[in-house]
Design a protein around this ligand. Structure first.
Ligand code: KG4
Ligand code: ZN
Length: 339
């Protein structure tokens, strides 16, 4: 009765397993890793160890919650890359053992394509229609910032990308300068709601085409803080909300500027958002306003599908399964993986 796919995600610091039957999501279990917080960033060695501890209970939990027995699983989809090698190895090794024991196929998934594919999951959180093809997706995560033209469930073309830092990195690195915990993006988001977004201005990139750059913003933010702290040691504490709001506005302006241009140049008016940074409330609101103004049909994922999760791996695996795109058990994880 339908195709049951178990999805496994372990590319960074979240261990996740999800089960879908056809496009319907039955479970999506995510174990985060608190251990990195005190280091102000993900420590790869600790991440792979935590994945080792989490993976079996997380998969067990996902299967139980879905009410699916081992015999019902048709295939396992896992993240082959991009990501941290030691972390990816845990998910891929688990998948190899699990599929070999059950005699079922394994399917390798590109983590970035999977972020985009959340728009095809059916669940009570996604009651609306999925986008039709082609659509343009702004993919913004901790490691990547890309504008992707999606032609169908398998064919996607990157038409713009960051040449240095990702949008999530800009949030996290600037948040660290403000003394906020890692990852800083959600903290900046919360603070920004109380602040004045026009109070401070930071440098904006001037790049041709649809490519992004965020390293100049980070430097400009750092210098501005340093100059002001010389005059007033309490500068950050006194102005935290305004600093956060102005930073967030700048990042959103940079993101929307290229998206607007890409939509105009390509004539595509179905626009989707994906990746961890798409949880940002300011970005979601700005996208809605922009869509109204420009007559875009907008697709914004529910919050639980924005940051890393295995539901996105399972849905991508489902479409690969339909095509018979199975992976060899000799496939090794890839820290960098292109599509
Ligand atoms: O997609 P994701 O979970 O992991 C990667 O594949 O990178 O994205 C994580 C990124 C982090 O940089 C985090 O700070 C950012 O998403 N993020 C946010 C928010 N929630 C997560 N950034 C801004 N506002 C948020 N609410
Ligand atoms: Zn991700």
């Amino acid at each position: 009765m339908g195709t049951v796919i178990l999805g496994i995600e372990s590319s960074c610091d979240d261990t996740s397993a999800a089960v879908i039957r056809d496009r319907r999501l039955l479970s999506n279990v995510i174990a985060g890793q608190e251990v990195h917080r005190k280091y102000g960033g993900v420590v790869p060695e600790l991440a792979s160890r935590a994945h080792q501890q989490n993976i079996v209970p997380v998969v067990d939990h996902a299967l139980k919650e879905a009410g699916v027995s081992l015999e019902e699983v048709d295939a396992v989809a896992y993240t082959r890359g991009p990501g941290l090698l030691g972390s990816l190895l845990v998910g891929s090794s688990f998948t190899k053992g699990f599929t070999a024991a059950l005699g079922i196929p394994m399917i390798e998934i590109n983590h970035l394509q999977a972020h985009i594919m959340v728009h095809f999951i059916q669940s009570e959180k996604t009651p609306g229609p999925s986008p039709s093809f082609p659509f343009l997706c702004l993919l913004v995560s901790g490691g990547h910032t890309q504008l992707v033209m999606v032609s169908d469930h398998h064919n996607m073309e990157i038409i713009g990308r960051t040449i240095d830092d990702a949008a999530g990195e800009a949030f996290d690195k600037c948040a660290k300068l403000l003394g906020l915990p890692y990852p800083g993006g959600p903290h900046v988001d919360r603070l920004a709601r109380e602040g004045d977004p026009l109070r401070f201005t930071y440098s904006r990139p001037r790049l041709e085409g649809f490519d992004y750059s965020f390293s100049g913003l980070k430097t400009s933010f750092l210098y501005m803080l340093r100059d002001n702290l010389k005059e007033d040691p309490d500068f950050i504490e006194q102005n935290k909300a305004d600093l956060a709001a102005s930073l967030q506005k700048t990042i959103i302006d940079i993101l929307l500027n290229k998206l607007r241009r890409a939509a105009k140049k390509t004539g595509v008016h179905q626009i989707a958002l994906a990746g961890g940074v798409s949880a940002n409330s300011g970005l979601r609101k700005a996208m809605e306003e922009e869509a109204q103004k420009r007559n875009w049909e907008l697709f914004i994922p529910p919050l639980s599908f924005t940051t890393d999760n295995a539901a996105m791996i399972a849905i991508t695996g489902y479409y690969q399964y339909l095509e018979g795109n199975f992976s060899s058990d000799e496939a090794t994880p890839l820290a960098r993986m292109y599509f």
